[in-house]
Structures are given as structure tokens and as C-alpha cells.
Ligand binder design. Structure first.
Ligand code: GLY
Ligand code: MN
Ligand code: MN
Length: 433
């Protein structure tokens, strides 16, 4: 089997080939203080990690294009005192070896080395405008090179946003990435199963959140890929509800949007089910409408299909259903045209998924929705949200439903990566078990 470092090196070389001439500089994420000496759990930058597989903070990758391409890493030096407190650091020599770089330098030498690397290069690519401190650093390096103008040295005349190459490449996942995403999906699916089994009237949303977090870590995931939403009753109509602190009531539905990050890749799953294990008639009608919308949307995910096709398919099914259930009055085409459906379905049907839960990649090319190609991974997540004050038949109030799965575009259609129970009978049987 190819070592991971060879995979990352090949990825970097593809980036260099795309860039052609010039230098690309990508830094990892900074550590962020929570208060005083306490930090938020460290998470590397996704672009940096995608290029390196290197997880330590204070690191920068420099890719030099042209006739003699070079892969260069800047990272922290070994430090006995710091390693006693914080743990192992590779240091430049071991990191160069382990992560397949041509050269590696101490992070502290960045400002001294970078101007040298930029001499006589035609362009500099980095992530422009994401971090003002980095923008200032880059300008400083360019000015250092310009100071040597009288000795015949010139600085890069073009600044390019590195994302024009990196986003397109991150958008289509390779086999290594898909294997990690499958595992993230599997662990997250197991967590949803455990959460369904643990749900009962009289419990609390936070107890269910605890089941999810426990299953993520037991499965070997780093933790949640995003803040878990555990929303019962009307809370499910608050799209970004994260308080997760209310008691679970008999007769309510509960919506869980939660998934793990494994190997730096996210899953993103939502399930909605009855707290007491049995759908009421109105809950079942509403739920099966969202399920049908999701099936229609998943059916529209295949190579050549435009990005918006799954959304359009979901909106059509949902709007027809809203009319059939008496939530909206009017004729379906008109209700879609006037966007009347947005009262009950106000978000889009999915997003790219990968290292970031809302992953890198454009949705339109030259102003048009882009066609799907094999290896793209996305979520399919239609919903229906009927708030307490909505003027609809009583039985439909306080119902928030979303069903979200992760799919990868294949040569012939798509594969659904996430498999926790979804059909009404399947959910009821699982909760009885
Ligand atoms: N969990 C974030 C989303 O569904 O987009
Ligand atoms: Mn999502
Ligand atoms: Mn989600």
C-alpha cells in the first residue's frame, strides 16, 4: 500500500502542475485562546492539511513551481521543555522525512527564508484576505524582495488567490478521501442509531447529545464535525438550535443534526423521529413528504446533472405536499414561482461536504449551476418546518423535520454513504428494539 505521505506529495505535485510557475504559500490555522491559558481544541487548516497530512500548529507549506519544483515545509523545532507540557513535535528534519518534503525549515525562519524563495518568481499564490495578519506578512516579504531591485532581483508581479486551484481540486474526492468519509459516515450513523435507542419521554435533549458524543469518540472520531443540534418539538423549527437543554415530551418529534469528523473529514446527518417511538398520523404524513422529497433529490444526483437539480426536485415534491396537506393553497407551479413554499422550507437542499462540513468549491461556473461529476460529495437535506404560530391545522404545528444524508457522485448515479434508519417502519422497529 502507498504510504499516506506519497498521496499528499502527489496531491501537492498536481497543485504545482496546475499553478505552473511561481510560489504558493499556505499556512495552517493558528491556535486560539479560549481564556487565559486555555485554548480551543486545535484544528488545523483544511487547505494546509489537504496538502500535507501534517497536523501541528505553526506550520506553512511552500510549493515552488517552474522547472525545478520544490515542496518545502516550515514547522516548529523540537523543544524538550514544550514537549514535556504539550507533547511530541516532529521538528523540521523528521517532518521532511515523514511527510515527503524536499526541504524543511524551522517556523521561526519563515520571515528570513520567504523573501529568498520569492526572488525572481512571476507569481505568488496564497489565500488572499482570509487573515489580515497574513496579508500584511505577505506584503512585508514582497517589500523585502523589492529592496533588492538594484541588484537585479525582482519580486512576483502577480498575486493569485490559491483557492482558484485548491477549491476545484478539493471538490472532487480521491479514494483516500472517500475511505475517510465512509468511516466518518459509519461512525455518525452508529451514533444516530444509539441516539434513537436512548430517546424516551422524560429524558432531556442533552442526554441524547451525550449519546452522540460518546459514540463519536468510541468510534475513533476526533469529535463532532460541527455543533450538534438536538431539537425536540418546536425547537426543531429553529434551524441552528444548539441549546439542547429541554426535556423530551411524549408526542413530540425530535430532530438530530449531528455527525463526526474522522481523519479530518466530516459527515453531516439529520434524522427526525418521535420521542415516544410512534409517529402520529399528522407527523407521519409530514415526515413521509420530506422523505419523498429526499428520494426525488437523491434521484437527481448523477454525473451531468446540474448542482441545483436535487434542490428543484425536492422543492417540487415538498410544494405539492404542502398543497395536499392544506398548508398552502394554490396551484403548485405558482406556489414555486412565488416562493410561497419558503414559509415552510427556507433553506437549500444541500452543500458540498468534505474536510469542512460546508466544503470548498464553487456552485456555479460562469454564472450557471455547475454539472456534477464523479467523486463530488454533497449532502441531500430537505426539510419542513411548521412553527407554533403558523396558521395551519393544529395537528401540524410544532413540527420540524429534516432528513439529511451524504452522497458521493458515482459514474452512473450516486452512492448514499449514511445509513441510519429512515423509513417510518424502520425507525419505529429500531426504537422498539
Ligand atoms: N449541519 C450543518 C448543515 O446541515 O448544513
Ligand atoms: Mn448539511
Ligand atoms: Mn446537517
Amino acid at each position: 500500500m502507498q504510504p499516506d505521505s506519497a498521496i499528499y506529495r502527489a496531491r501537492r505535485q498536481r497543485v504545482i502542475d496546475q499553478m505552473g510557475e511561481g510560489v504558493m504559500v499556505i499556512a495552517t490555522a493558528p491556535e486560539v485562546a479560549r481564556n487565559r491559558d486555555t485554548h480551543y481544541p486545535y484544528r488545523h487548516d483544511s487547505y494546509f492539511y489537504w496538502l500535507t497530512g501534517f497536523a501541528e500548529p505553526e506550520a506553512v507549506v511552500v510549493l515552488v513551481g517552474g522547472r525545478e519544483p520544490r515542496h518545502i515545509l516550515f514547522c516548529r523545532e523540537r523543544n524538550e521543555e514544550r514537549e514535556i507540557w504539550d507533547g511530541f513535535r516532529f521538528g523540521p528534519d523528521a517532518a521532511r522525512e515523514a511527510f515527503a518534503f524536499d526541504e524543511a525549515f524551522a517556523y521561526g525562519t519563515l520571515d528570513a527564508e520567504l523573501p529568498r524563495l520569492l526572488e525572481n518568481q512571476p507569481q505568488l499564490a496564497y489565500i488572499i484576505g482570509r487573515d489580515m495578519a497574513w496579508d500584511a506578512k505577505v506584503v512585508g516579504w514582497l517589500n523585502s524582495v523589492r529592496e533588492k531591485a538594484r541588484s537585479g532581483v525582482h519580486a512576483p508581479s502577480r498575486l493569485v488567490d490559491a483557492r482558484i486551484w485548491l477549491d476545484e481540486m478539493r471538490l472532487v474526492k480521491d479514494g483516500h478521501e472517500l475511505a475517510l468519509m465512509r468511516r466518518a459516515a459509519e461512525i455518525s450513523g452508529g451514533a444516530h442509531r444509539a441516539a434513537m435507542r436512548a430517546t424516551r419521554p422524560g429524558g432531556h435533549e442533552y442526554e441524547i447529545e451525550a449519546e452522540l458524543l460518546s459514540a463519536f469518540r468510541r468510534g475513533g472520531a476526533a469529535g463532532p464535525a460541527y455543533t450538534s443540534i438536538v431539537a425536540s418539538g418546536a425547537n426543531a423549527c429553529v434551524l441552528h438550535y444548539v441549546f439542547n437543554d429541554k426535556p423530551l415530551k411524549d408526542g413530540d418529534l425530535i430532530l438530530i443534526d449531528a455527525a463526526a469528523e474522522f481523519g479530518s473529514y466530516a459527515a453531516d446527518i439529520t434524522r427526525t423521529f418521535p420521542v415516544n417511538g410512534r409517529f402520529s398520523a399528522a407527523q407521519k404524513d409530514a415526515y413521509e413528504l420530506v422523505l419523498a422529497a429526499q428520494a426525488a433529490a437523491i434521484g437527481a444526483v448523477r454525473p451531468g446533472s446540474l448542482w441545483n437539480a436535487p434542490h428543484e426536485a425536492a422543492v417540487r415534491v415538498l410544494t405539492q405536499g404542502m398543497a395536499d396537506l392544506g398548508l398552502l393553497r394554490g396551484e403548485v407551479d405558482g406556489l414555486i414561482e412565488s416562493e410561497a413554499y419558503k414559509r415552510f422550507y427556507m433553506h437549500r437542499t444541500g452543500h458540498w461536504l468534505g474536510m469542512d462540513v460546508h466544503d470548498a468549491g464553487e456552485y456555479k461556473l460562469k454564472g450557471e449551476w455547475r454539472p456534477l461529476v464523479p467523486g463530488m460529495t454533497l449532502t441531500v437535506e430537505p426539510g419542513l418546518y411548521i412553527r407554533p404560530a403558523d396558521d395551519v391545522p393544529e395537528a401540524f404545528r410544532n413540527i420540524g423535520i429534516r432528513i439529511e444524508d451524504d452522497v458521493v457522485v458515482t459514474e452512473t448515479g450516486c452512492e448514499v454513504l449514511t445509513t441510519p434508519p429512515k423509513a417510518v417502519a424502520e425507525i419505529e422497529a429500531w426504537m422498539r428494539g
